[in-house]
Design a protein around this ligand. Sequence first.
Ligand SMILES: [Zn+2]
Length: 264
Amino acid sequence: VKTWIPDERNFAYLTWKQVDALPRDHTLLILPTAAIEQHGYHLPLATDTLINNLLLGKALRIIPKEMPIYALPAVCYGKSNEHLGFPGTLSVSAQTFLAVVRDLGASIAASGFKKVVLYNTHGGNSPLVDVLARDLRAEFGLRTFSLFGSPDAQFEGVSRQERTYGFHAGEIETAYLLHCAPDLVRTGQYTANYIARVEQLELLKPEGSSANFAWLTGDIAPSGVLGDPSAATAENGERWSNDAAARIAEILVAMYNFEPRHGA
Ligand SMILES: [Zn+2]
């Protein structure tokens, strides 16, 4: 898989003697979590993993050099059972995902590190990442943080419909890929499906409200796309990824400097 992580920020390129010499009590390790799953006719299976790497790689290029902040190799297999039935989707169960990240947390703690960030770019993993962030704190005393997607990105120009229901392989993901890996985008193969319409005020929503219905991609989207990629451009992908990376860099620095306050 392609990488935008600078070599000097790649934890897996260190030797154990170099790791041993790190200031481990305040080094910040980032564990990316993503997916290998269908993304319609037009985007590759690794889309969520590539976007994670792109945004994190750009962010790591702008954080101050002297801060010991490293990216671990990604857990690129995620909980993707919403996309089962589409060939190429490689999903692990919730139990497996929880066990793998928990065991990596155990290794991180056993290596003497104190601070870890879970950076997730696949929606199906998000509830598990929330659970893990607290469990790694409780079980190993790790100072744990969670970070999701493109924090605070404005996505100017994207319609309210696409912003709300462009869940998967829609305009935003396609724009990111057109920017970073245009050779992997089949621009003649776009399809569009929506799970719901913003102008229809249904009582039950697909997610994020107080009353939701559980969905599988195959229920709604024969092509596997939830959203509409047709307005995506490489220029927007570049601008949005730079904006998101700038915000991620700020957040990582805040996590690096974070000290919990009692009674604040
Ligand atoms: Zn995706």
